[in-house]
Structures are given as C-alpha cells and as structure tokens.
Design a protein around this ligand. Sequence first.
Ligand SMILES: [Mn+2]
Length: 324
Amino acid sequence: MNGNNTLKEIAEVLKSAKTVLLFPHVNADGDALGSCAALTRALLGLGVQCRILIEDKIADNLAFLDDGFTTFDGNIFGAAPDICVAVDNGEPDRFPKRKEVFYTGRTLVCIDHHPTSKPFADFNYIDPAAAATGEIVYDLICAMGAKVDKKIAEALFAAITTDCGNFQYSNTTRRTFEIACELMDTGFNLVEVSNAIYQNNPPQRIKLEAEIMGTMELCGDGKVAIAYVTQEMLRETGARLEDTDGIINVLRGIAGVEVAALFKENDEHKIKLSMRAKSYANVSEVAQEFGGGGHVRAAGCTLEMTMTEAIATMKPHIVNAVNK
Ligand SMILES: [Mn+2]
C-alpha cells in the first residue's frame, strides 16, 4: 500500500469540500456504482454537494442505486468541483470522455482496489486486498463519522456482492463477511437488493446468452472455454453489449474449465476480451501483455483487430496460462 494516504486524511479532505464529483469507470459495474452511491449519500448527509458523473447509461439492474445522483453534465455545480474522485479505477483513461472534467477538480482523489492501479492523484487509497471498492468506502464513510443507514448499506452491499461473486470468489475475505454483517445490522432489505441485481434479466439478455453459448469452444484439454459476441448478435437479439455482463461466469461454471474468455466486438476492429479464472490461472498476466489489466482471476484487454484475428492471437496465450 505504498503511496497511500490514510482513510482519515481522505475523510477530512472530503468533509472540508463544498462540491465533490465522483468518477466511476466506464460501463460502471455494481462495485463502481454502489460505492459511488454510498459515498454520495454519506457526503450529502454531511452537507457536501456530491454527484456521480457518468458517460454511459446505467445497467437496468443497477438503476435502483441512482437516487437522482448521476449526471452527464460535467458542469453540474456551475464551477469547477472542489474535489474529483476516481472510484473503483486507478486512472482517468478508465473514464475517457470525462477525463478533462476530472482534471478541473482542485483536489484529486483515487479510491480503488485494482492491483494494477498506481497512485496518481493528490490523495490515494488503493487496497488490492479489498474484495470490492465498496469495502474501502465502508471504512471511509465510518472515518468520515457518517452513519451507515439502510440506503448506504444497500449500496455497499450491492458493491460488495457483485465484485466478490456473491461471496464465492477468492478475493472474499473475513473482512468481506465482517462488513456484510455490519451492513445486515442496519436492517436493509437483502432479498429486495438481491432480486434487483440478480433476478432481473431482460428476456433479450437470455436470448443473447443462448447465442453466445452457441459460439462456445473448449480448448486446452477442456480447461479453457472461449466464446464471442458480435454486433450482429446484439442486433438480432435486441440486447446491448452490457447485457453480456455475467455471461462469462456461466462459461467458467463448466466442469473442468479453469479460464473462461469472452470476446466482445465493440466495433469491427476493436475487440474487448474479458477473462475469468476459476482457481489458479493468472489472467492478469495475459491481459497485461496486451496492454490491459485487472485482477489475478479477473482481467481484460482491448485488441485492435478483427474478431477472427483476436481469437487466433489470444487462444495460445490463454491456453498457456492454464498450463503454467
Ligand atoms: Mn471493483
């Protein structure tokens, strides 16, 4: 944790601000949005103006987190924000369209748990041991002296459950459960939150899932499952690229599979590869070799080539990762 400030320092900085703008990464996931929503509620409660600046539409199953907090307007406060915070990401390239606005902040803060993140802001707290940024935000809110109420608990639980695979991934620690216990003590409605996140699939997403499963290929002696999604498949099913979130876990769920790889066509020459390992393979290494990053068991990179080229290029590297 070299180069980190203390949460107490960051808490004081945030509390002394009049305006705070939060920056989740693009295609904000449950952790990014849940962490931002919780921090927004806590700061608003302390009389600090706070909004979440986004650049793409929020996923339907996370919309419940947004209580009028998100905005597409970088000038929402009518003046440069006192503080801009990168949340659940460690570099402004993870929010490319908002990068310029980020640097207008008088003080810059980064709160993240990605091991590939480096301290880049004026105040940084990057803890790769945290299963979710939501865990750090929980401690930060406590350090701010704010009360963790039901609504904050709901948002933090959403952040944590989504990033640790509902307490199934190897990043889950004793601390993860401890925080979950403390959130439960607020009496938030667990079933309501879980249903909103996990039992809320639009039918076109399931149709898309069927299409993607149709492309599945097992290689590396059945230890690697590869599948892809093209823009044409999205058009045919009426689904969006965000609807592929979570489908990779179905691939990884196959008996004998160690690494699941899902290739997503952003456009004809831009393929986003997501990789998830089950128990031992280091997919972060593979991603980093191609300019990407992430966690040891969950990482990704972007490839400037066609789908056919991307799969042919990456397949040997992925198979190599499971045979190490
Ligand atoms: Mn995260």
